[in-house]
Design a protein around this ligand. Structure first.
Ligand code: ZN
Length: 455
């Protein structure tokens, strides 16, 4: 499968045109020979550059000036890449990459610095570069496509290079990933995921959306057809591949004709969080639901008739969900009761401030180690959905109580957290102006996803 001989020298533009991102490496093993990058590649052999320059060109559409001339260098690398499959072994990976260096496998197994290759994550990539003569120039395992380091998005990989003595050296490399800002919008027809899929929004961003507005909207029960959202978020890419979703920067969500906004803001010297456009924090004292919104729960959630059909008549709200679905505390509190309670089955009651308490019934089991008197924080796992007690099927029965009297949580305005101080508000208004513009721009457009360049 190796191409022999010196590849032709295509123009830079031709390369860019022919190697658009997303298509090139999607299907397993691909061999690429880019004569143009001979210089960079030769460098990679002698002294690995911080930047693996070979793929970089696929996204950098602006021509660097002056553009480096192709050189008549015979160490042109042949780069192959393969995606780790579940059950893969190191030996199988090396074989797929046509790496035949004797001594490499034992080195990888024994060398302390190559430790990260012990854990092969399915879906991640391993690349190998060979020179003209079929000798390995480098091997890269991109174990961490993206991570955050001092507020900067980075990509990390393990790099193995031959040393002068016929052996190998291993080193961990880190490089900043590029950040793109995307704006998108969608209208819910059948489910939130249906709408976000259509708008090409990554699942991680959809989940963030439900968490950011988790104290305002019960995403499992409250969503309706024609609910609408507009969103600005970040994605990370490395060497032209999208490697992960970043953070939501701004969000507008219209649920049952009521519009909620959220914008990410970090007051000077403080950690960031989400605020509405007026500067009120969105971190509510209570989450609207004890179940996490997921692809699975969302299909239950869009059902019109939950187990008991709403709050009226039985003092609580029911969430149909699979047995074993995690249940989370809706607010900070203390475990007041944990045990079996007749019709309720396995039940946990949490006591919160100001006479509020919450009850979670029919659990299949409790969170490990949780006991009466324990402090829990908002979002903490407390147990798992089941059908103990009087339950016709697996579901969570959730009660919201004020002075031990169950009330409909939707009927009251739940206490909310702080707003920004005047001095912070000024910086806030300035920071969010651009997002408001983007959202406004989206409002004028019909459908689709637009990618805007980040300055
Ligand atoms: Zn119930």
């Amino acid at each position: 499968m190796f191409k022999k001989g010196t590849p032709p020298n295509p123009s830079y533009r031709t390369i860019v045109r022919n190697h658009r991102p997303h298509h090139l490496f999607r299907n397993g093993l691909v061999f690429v020979a880019l004569a143009l990058f001979a210089a960079a590649a030769a460098l990679a052999v002698v002294q690995p550059p911080e930047t693996p320059a070979v793929y970089e060109a696929r996204l950098t559409l602006d021509l660097p000036s002056p553009f480096p001339e192709a050189q008549n260098n015979y160490s042109v690398p042949f780069i192959s890449q393969t995606e780790i499959r579940s059950g893969d072994t190191l030996a199988a990976l090396l074989q797929r990459l046509r790496v035949r260096e004797s001594g490499l496998l034992p080195f990888l197994i024994q060398d302390k610095n190559a430790r990260s290759i012990y854990k092969l994550y399915p879906g991640r990539n391993v690349q190998a570069a060979h020179d003209q003569h079929g000798n390995l120039a480098w091997l890269r395992y991109q174990h961490t496509p993206y991570a955050t380091e001092k507020g900067q998005a980075v990509s990390r990989w393990l790099e193995i290079t031959p040393d002068e003595q016929g052996g190998f050296t291993a080193a961990e490399k880190t490089q900043a990933v590029s950040v793109q800002t995307r704006i998108a919008e969608g209208t819910i027809k059948n489910s939130l995921f249906g709408a976000t899929d259509q708008a090409d929004i990554p699942d991680a961003i959809t989940m963030q959306m439900t968490e950011i507005l988790g104290s305002k909207i019960d995403f499992i029960r409250d969503l309706r057809t024609d609910d609408h959202f507009r969103i600005i978020y970040e994605t990370y890419s490395h060497e032209g591949q999208e490697v992960g979703a970043g953070r939501i920067l701004a969000l507008e969500f219209t649920n049952r004709n009521k519009t909620y906004e959220a914008v990410w803001f970090a007051p000077e010297g403080q950690s960031g969080s989400y605020y509405d456009f007026n500067g009120a924090s969105l971190k509510g004292a209570f989450l609207r639901t004890a179940l996490k919104f997921t692809r699975i729960s969302s299909t239950f959630g869009m059902r019109k008739h939950p187990v008991h059909g709403g709050w009226r008549g039985h003092s609580g709200v029911d969430y149909a969900a699979r047995t074993g679905t995690p249940i989370h505390a809706t607010a900070d509190g203390v475990v007041e009761f944990k045990g079996s309670k007749r019709g309720y089955g396995n039940t946990i009651i949490l006591k919160h401030h100001n006479g509020y308490s919450t009850l979670y019934a029919h659990q299949s089991r409790y969170a490990k180690g949780l006991k009466k008197g324990d402090k829990v924080s908002q979002g903490q796992l407390i147990g798992y959905v089941g059908s103990t007690g009087w339950a016709t099927g697996p579901h969570l029965h959730y009660e919201f109580r004020v002075n031990n009297k169950p009330i409909d949580p939707l009927s009251i305005e739940l206490p909310v957290a702080r707003t920004l101080e005047p001095a912070q508000k000024k910086a806030f208004d300035k920071a969010i102006a651009q997002y408001k513009d983007h959202i406004g721009y989206l409002a004028q457009m019909q459908g689709g996803t637009v990618q805007v360049a980040r300055n």
